[in-house]
Design a protein around this ligand. Structure first.
Ligand SMILES: Cc1ncc(COP(=O)(O)O)c(C=O)c1O
Length: 305
């Protein structure tokens, strides 16, 4: 359990970071959030927050869409986060959860003319997807559409869509699902972006496919290009392309890089983790812990040295 939260502009014991049942965001899902990871590097005895600035830039963009005014800049949010982690004194992998939300206590669904608030907590966090290899189905649900709820904003209320997708998949005996857009093309997982490999090339749905524009997605595209010489094509993916792909995997802050070995009861490629996913996973696990000099600028150290 965390000991502290940043709440109403200050650090408070976690027990004191409470909202009323009348809070707008609790009633209407009018908030947005981020999921950020910090990784413990044992040799350096250092905790590194991964791509923190980019996460807070995305939070600012989500707030813009939801008309939430965030009183802190990207740099200030970073400073608050580092201070919270120092107070917690974590020496293990950690998950950081900032939330910006409509805090007015009262009835009336809208975005304008409401009080906004920001809160932050962080907790120890290991693997999100327990298994190294994931079995997926294509969800019977469809991804929320930009014409209804914008997927590019990480909106709390929109996660009902993710929860429906995830629970259906798990109750039907799968580990995760891949969800299609309203137009029938592949969008993403319940909380992850999706990549496939065809003819040795990476393919992932474009940012207009109602995906959350993932930072792990961007990281994977960059390291695949720069370290493995593999380009990623961003284009619509048909459902049945999933069945004939050589490899498939999820990317996400929580899921990291998770190979998908079966989709709708069909083995993906050999039915085992593929070589490209394996290489990317090995690289990613070093990069996030600050072990690759070239990408060290993505890693913010928490403890002074
Ligand atoms: C719906 C959804 N898609 C994709 C992602 C992956 O995004 P990122 O790599 O920035 O964590 C997430 C996780 O935040 C998500 O919730």
């Amino acid at each position: 359990m965390p000991k502290y939260a940043f709440f109403k502009g200050q650090f408070v014991p976690i027990e004191e970071a409470k909202v009323s049942i009348m809070t707008h965001a609790f009633n209407y899902g009018t908030g947005c959030f981020e999921g950020i990871r910090a990784y413990w590097n044992e040799e350096e005895e250092q905790l590194f927050v991964f791509r923190m600035g980019e996460h807070y830039e995305r939070l600012h963009r989500s707030c813009r869409i939801l008309m939430i005014s965030l009183p802190y800049s990207v740099d200030e949010l970073g400073e608050i986060t580092v201070e919270l982690l120092r107070k917690e004194g974590y020496r293990e992998d950690t998950y950081i959860r900032p939330l910006a939300y409509k805090a007015t206590e009262g009835i009336g669904v809208r975005l304008h003319g409401l009080e906004d608030a920001f809160a932050l907590f962080a907790l120890p966090f290991g693997k999100y997807i327990e298994k190294e290899e994931s079995r997926a189905c294509v969800s019977s649900w469809r991804r929320i559409d930009d014409t209804a709820i914008p997927a590019r904003a990480k909106v709390t209320g929109a996660y009902i869509n993710s929860a429906l997708i995830k629970t259906e998949a798990v109750l039907n005996g799968f580990d995760e699902a891949i969800v299609l857009n309203q137009d029938g093309h592949v969008s993403e997982g319940s909380g992850e972006n999706v990549f496939i490999v065809r003819n040795g090339k990476l393919i992932t749905p474009p940012i207009t496919a109602n995906i959350l524009v993932g930072l792990t997605r961007a990281t994977v595209m960059q390291i695949a290009r720069e370290e493995l010489g593999i380009e990623t094509v961003e284009r619509p993916i048909d459902r049945t392309e999933l069945y004939v792909a050589e490899e498939a995997f999820y990317t996400g802050t929580a899921a990291e890089i998770t190979p998908i070995v079966e989709i709708d009861h069909r083995p993906v490629g050999t039915g085992k983790m593929g070589p490209i996913a394996k290489k990317l996973m090995d690289l990613y696990s070093k990069i996030v812990r600050g072990k690759v000099e070239k990408y060290r600028h993505w890693c913010t150290p928490v403890y002074p040295k």
